[in-house]
Design a protein around this ligand. Structure first.
Ligand SMILES: C[S@@+](CC[C@H](N)C(=O)[O-])C[C@H]1O[C@@H](n2cnc3c(N)ncnc32)[C@H](O)[C@@H]1O
Length: 226
């Protein structure tokens, strides 16, 4: 019964989205490497920088969390996985620890991801790094809110585009594992300027401009820089 209700809700969400939010058929083709994913990326950064403190927001079944080899790790999720049963907001409210590497993969909505990023910036060690999963959806449905597709990234991409305008955050997006935002707390070497306000941005804008909006780099470029 619950499954049926969820199915009908998704159909209603889809009709609503296509009628009142946006209807656009363009599809992007990403070349995500098959032999290097988020687990490899986190491992690469930990080894290269001798990081000791890891935080993951949104752990699900610990697909990533259980495979992170590091001295200390905290995983925050209100439902499953990790080792702290809280929402990210509840966690950050009381947290006074600092981290070297933070992986954000919780609630995939623009405003929540933006909040998670800014809270993470406040508890990041000086040479630390923030990673944000699911920044590169390839079609309209994958990023629609309310959600109507099974494979869903949400509009995480909008949080990246928004913060690319911040002069104190240097942000790239690596073309890897559904798109991984890379954020360092340092001078922005390429401040993004966009005419529209974030709330007016559509998938069509992203479709046309994602490379510059999100400052997309390949895995090879990433390895040269970080
Ligand atoms: C996509 S899954 C995480 C997947 C995992 N990080 C991985 O690498 O496979 C998203 C998770 O975020 C959790 N979540 C939802 N809302 C959240 C919130 N407000 N704060 C933290 N986690 C949240 C969900 O319970 C779910 O387990």
């Amino acid at each position: 019964m619950e499954k049926k209700i969820r199915k009908y809700k998704r159909i209603i969400n889809k009709i609503y989205y296509l009628l009142f939010v946006e209807n656009f058929n363009g599809k992007l083709k990403f070349d995500f490497p098959k032999d290097f994913n988020r687990v490899d990326l986190v491992d690469y950064l930990i080894k290269k920088n001798d990081y000791k403190e890891y935080l993951e927001i949104g752990c699900d079944d610990d697909q990533l969390f259980s495979r992170v080899n590091i001295k200390n790790k905290i995983g925050v999720d209100p439902v499953s996985g990790g080792n702290i049963r809280k929402t990210s907001d509840e966690f950050f409210l009381k947290n006074n620890k600092k981290f070297d590497i933070i992986f954000i993969d919780g609630l995939h909505t623009y405003s929540q991801v933006k909040k998670d990023i800014l809270n993470s910036v406040n508890c990041l060690h000086r040479d630390g790094i923030i990673l944000v999963h699911d920044c590169l959806p390839d079609n309209l449905g994958k990023q629609a809110i309310p959600r109507y597709e099974m494979h869903w990234s949400g509009d995480v991409w909008k949080a990246i585009v928004d913060l690319r305008q911040n002069k104190d955050l240097n942000i790239f997006t690596c073309e890897l594992d559904q798109g991984i935002g890379i954020i360092k707390k340092e001078e922005n070497t390429e401040v993004l300027k966009i005419e529209k306000s974030i709330n007016k941005l559509k998938f069509k804008d992203y479709f046309k401009n994602y490379k510059s909006y999100l400052r997309v780099i390949s895995l090879e470029e990433f390895k040269k820089k970080f």
